[in-house]
Design a protein around this ligand. Sequence first.
Ligand SMILES: C[S@@+](CC[C@H](N)C(=O)[O-])C[C@H]1O[C@@H](n2cnc3c(N)ncnc32)[C@H](O)[C@@H]1O
Length: 280
Amino acid sequence: MDRKFAGTYESNLFSEKEIEYEINRLEQSFNIEKEILKKNMNLLDFTGCKTALDVGCGTGAAVRLLAGINGQGTIVGVDRENKYLDYARKKIQDLNIENVSFLNCDCYNMPFEDNHFDICFSRLLFQHLVNPEAAIRELIRVTKPKGKIAICEIDKGLNCFYPEPRHLRKYYDAEVRYRRFVKGDIYFGRKIYTLFAKNGIKDIKVVNSSLDVCNCKRKDLIDMVENWKQENSDNHPLVRTKLIKLEELNEYYADLTNILADEDSYISFGNYFVVGTVEK
Ligand SMILES: C[S@@+](CC[C@H](N)C(=O)[O-])C[C@H]1O[C@@H](n2cnc3c(N)ncnc32)[C@H](O)[C@@H]1O
């Protein structure tokens, strides 16, 4: 792998235990967002869609959703990590879903002919990429003229916590510095419009698809934070790199959980869903 394309999300950076944790985290985060995603998928017209792609599919959660939506067509999930693909394949087998296949490849260089897919989708991949421009050009290459591309990404600038948990600013400052160091971007969501526009994608629609206490269950959001806490050991990257103290991180999560449990508080986790049409 050419290091300039390596990105921040490499499973060889995770131990076996951390991979297991990560699979659970990804599945949980998808399940919380599933209904919002389903609604946003209406912006993609699946009428006559023969084949759709999910790039950086991870555990295959979105592939399973797309397989239901596009029952008449096929879905391909690609990822460069076999550990996730093994999990994704097993799930699909267990559920007896037949219109799906998975492939190990890099998003910068996919083994598909030009103009192959009607719809291309990606969630939580682009924030990790060192070269999102090269990745979007590859996505455009494999999408048919008039086909659709949709990207769903976090933007932590949209996060909103009222009242504010202790150490929130310190936590974000630490995360921004860490992500800058490993070349990721927690503010990627707002950049998707420009990425699309600069690369000739037309008819762009941007939906603020943040998860908040109105469109999600508080209990689910609390469980999500509780799950983050489990990762919360001396080995946490922000603690390991001394960007935040373990006690501060623990206090931040504990406060956030308490605030979420208070029915009067407002919490929102920022997310954008952006869709556009490929013109060639
Ligand atoms: C945060 S996970 C998101 C997984 C999934 N899309 C989801 O929504 O749960 C990012 C995924 O992108 C994959 N990935 C990272 N860089 C990649 C690349 N250059 N090519 C293909 N997949 C990549 C990782 O292996 C991982 O499965």
